[in-house]
Design a protein around this ligand. Structure first.
Ligand code: 3HC
Length: 321
């Protein structure tokens, strides 16, 4: 790699200009992006499973329509992100193999079960809430296709978060049973939601270089702290209790602006889940494997259709689906 090219690349990043796929980039920048974007895409599509599980059981037609649309949105997010990763020189099928063989991770959060309707509210409120906190800064990522995909994704995730909050509101101001259901969903999802932001800064392998290259704009701990500060008042509005006895206001946080201190995350649990041993890891991967196998005829049909030269915009030379 010539020093001059590297220098120009770094200057572009310093000027807040986007790096586009056909331009020079260091190999490690490309590798980091492929890793992060593909894992992000896998998270979106695996995230369809715990919620998809409730589509047939949503309590009303209105809730069913809302959930159906949300799950479809997540599928769309996966597609934008797979396309953004493909511009870096990896195929959809390679990414899929990495997911199915465990080489690529997906968000730890989707390895937890959704036993009640309130879990769907808690996912929208907390999981999409954490996703937005993490993803709004990605709209300013230095890599153009990822940043542009994130703009639309964030708009939709914000709507999902409102929808989840509204479900929690209905339950927590409903009957005692509904309220208890909302509280126990919060108890189940709070700590896994905090884990979504990744390991603490001292243990994060990739944060320093990703911040230097403006892929990430904040560290994992910075975003986690912002999330807790945003969620505590929302939980109060819902009249629900965050399951953390150590949660307390500390005026010294955020350079004297104040912020919440909170308890220690169970990092052993986090490591178990990201290494394949969470409550639902096996089930999730089995579902993705069977979807891939059952979808083989669609890929064959699309490839055959493309080979006849009768399509233009709906298929690519790679025949990816
Ligand atoms: N779940 C699974 N793996 C995680 C993780 C989590 N919550 N947090 C970190 N990891 C993995 C990393 O991927 C990395 O593994 P690898 O080296 O094998 O790739 C390792 O743990 C070390 O973590 P680092 O902090 O060094 O990794 P990053 O700098 O990549 O930071 C991240 C992790 C903050 C998750 C970052 O990758 C990121 O911002 N990704 C984009 C957003 C994303 O993927 N979100 C998924 C959330 S779900 C979602 O968006 C769906 C929506 O519908 C709710």
């Amino acid at each position: 790699m010539s020093e001059k090219k590297l220098d120009l690349f770094e200057q572009k990043i310093a000027r807040e200009e986007k790096i586009e796929p056909n331009e020079f980039m260091p190999d490690d920048y490309r590798r980091t992006l492929i890793r992060q974007i593909s894992q992000h895409a896998h998270s979106e599509v695996v995230g369809m499973l715990p919620e998809g599980n409730w589509i047939t059981r949503a309590p009303t037609l209105k809730r069913k329509l809302g959930l159906l649309a949300k799950v479809q949105d997540e599928g769309g997010h996966g597609l934008y992100l797979y396309c953004a990763a493909e511009t870096l020189g990896i195929t959809r099928s390679e990414m899929n193999q990495q997911l199915l063989t465990g080489k690529a991770k997906y968000s730890s959060i989707f390895n937890y079960p959704t036993p009640t309707w309130a879990d769907i509210g808690a996912i929208g409120w907390l999981v999409d809430g954490a996703a937005i906190m993490n993803q709004i800064p990605l709209c300013r990522c230095s890599f153009g296709p990822y940043a542009r995909a994130m703009v639309r994704i964030c708009k939709e995730e914000s709507f999902h978060q409102r929808q989840g909050f509204e479900i929690m509101m209905t339950l927590s101001f409903g009957t005692k049973d509904q309220r208890d259901m909302a509280q126990s969903a919060l108890d189940r999802w709070w700590w896994p939601a905090l884990m979504m932001f990744g390991p603490s800064d001292k243990d994060s392998l990739n944060t320093n270089k990703s911040v230097k290259w403006k892929i990430k704009r904040f560290t994992n701990d910075q975003l986690r702290n912002k999330f807790v500060d945003a969620m505590v008042p929302q939980a109060k509005k819902l009249r629900l209790t965050i399951p953390d006895k150590k949660l307390s206001w500390n005026q010294n946080n955020n350079n004297g602006k104040g912020g919440y201190d909170f308890g220690e995350i169970d990092w052993d649990e986090f490591k178990r889940v990201i290494n394949g041993d969470g409550p639902m890891n096996r089930e999730r991967i089995a579902a993705k494997k069977s979807a891939w196998e059952e979808g083989a005829w669609v890929r064959r049909a699309t490839a055959a259709y493309a080979a006849r030269g009768t399509t233009s915009s709906t298929s690519t030379s790679k025949g990816v689906l």
